[in-house]
Design a protein around this ligand. Structure first.
Ligand SMILES: [Zn+2]
Length: 65
């Protein structure tokens, strides 16, 4: 399955929570990821984008069955 379809298979509520809970190594906190792209990953999908607070690159693996 394409990464984008995998991502869209997650309920919208859950996706919004995931987007708002990405760890930023610059802010040292959970932040919102913005301007992200969705990439395929062996365990699910990978979100790659920027921290909403500081603009640093952040990424998060979302595991899917
Ligand atoms: Zn940040």
């Amino acid at each position: 399955m394409e990464a984008n379809k995998k991502w869209l298979s997650i309920p919208k509520d859950s996706r919004e929570k995931l987007i708002q809970n990405v760890f930023c190594s610059n802010c040292l906190d959970a932040v919102t990821i913005v301007d992200f792209i969705i990439l395929d990953h062996p365990e699910g999908v990978l979100l790659e984008g920027k921290c909403k607070n500081c603009g640093e690159s952040v990424a998060r693996v979302v595991e899917l069955e």
